[in-house]
Design a protein around this ligand. Structure first.
Ligand code: ADP
Length: 278
């Protein structure tokens, strides 16, 4: 095979680059999104959505215009964390994502349903099509950093996200009791196949801090995240404790007033990566 010119229109080889490029979807013509980061996990309930929300809040506080595309169509929890109830506006020309109090644009299936408690009982291709439309038919106005809350696992819909949206990188969220090494290796392999960089790992529910003595109690036993990060050569972006304040903030829809710095280092790494790719 001749050397890649990165111009598929003048090359006859069927390499991975062509396959990846051919499935990429064009954003809406009025959209402008500088950086896109996918947040992935091996299974549900590990805190992927809360991490996505907190990353968006942290980057917004650094002065960047941020957005969240909630691709977790069957378990959409982003609008709830932000207390967002405004419906999506728009017409045949495109959808306008509602904006949270601090100015984060959000697109989620829950904002399109008349009754958010109704389950989304759709088959895989419909779900994947919806995710694509959130990218192609939404007018994402002047976004510096978009975070995508991917559905858990490495199935059809995460694959659609990886193939059709031009991700700058992914962040992998896991918990200590997860089969971390296996999950990280699956997500990392998928990202590698699509040529997407892994920005690093976030361990959620790492420990509980004793409110009296401040001691860190490892509820789920010793963490192996450092070894896993080293094994794969990834950065450990954060270790987030089980924090009842976080649960309460999400329940009340007040994640934007969180007062922790759990993701400051992660945000700095994302910012540096963003700057170096500008
Ligand atoms: P996922 O998106 O992986 O399914 P969520 O982000 O929806 O998981 O989190 C599942 C539940 O656990 C939510 O109610 C969330 O508020 C809670 N939760 C997640 N991480 C923490 C944490 N570090 N401390 C306290 N509650 C948490």
């Amino acid at each position: 095979m001749s050397e890649c010119t990165h111009n598929c229109s003048t090359c006859s080889s069927n390499c991975g680059s062509r396959e990846k490029n051919s499935l990429m979807e064009q954003p809406h013509e009025l959209s402008s999104v500088k950086h896109i980061i996918g947040v992935v996990s091996g299974k549900g309930g590990v805190g992927k959505s809360i991490v996505t929300s907190m990353l968006a809040v942290t980057m917004q506080r650094l002065g960047y215009k941020t957005a969240i595309l909630d691709a977790d169509i069957t378990g959409p929890s982003i609008p709830k964390a932000f207390g967002l109830k405004k419906p999506v506006e728009g017409d045949d020309n495109g959808m306008i994502p509602p904006t949270t109090t601090s100015g984060i644009d959000i697109m989620s299936v829950n904002l399109l349903l008349e009754d958010e408690s109704r389950p989304v009982v759709w088959r895989g291709p419909v779900i994947a099509g919806t995710v694509k439309q959130f990218w192609t038919n939404t007018i994402w106005h002047d976004i510096d950093y978009m975070f995508i809350d991917c559905p858990p696992g490495t199935g059809d819909v995460p694959l659609t996200v990886f193939q059709s949206i031009p991700l700058d990188g992914i962040v992998i969220v896991s918990t200590p009791q997860d089969l971390v090494s296996m999950i990280v290796s699956k997500a990392a392999n998928m990202a590698k196949m699509m040529d997407i960089p892994v920005y690093g790992l976030i361990e959620n529910m790492s420990y509980v801090k004793c409110p009296d003595c401040g001691k860190e109690i490892k509820l789920f036993g010793e963490s192996h995240i450092d070894e896993v990060a080293e094994k794969f050569g990834f950065d450990l972006l954060a270790r987030i404790p089980v924090d009842p304040k976080l649960t309460a903030l999400v329940d009340k829809g007040w994640i934007e007033i969180m007062d922790n710095n759990y993701l400051d280092v992660a945000a700095q790494i994302i910012e540096n990566r963003g700057k170096s790719s500008n």
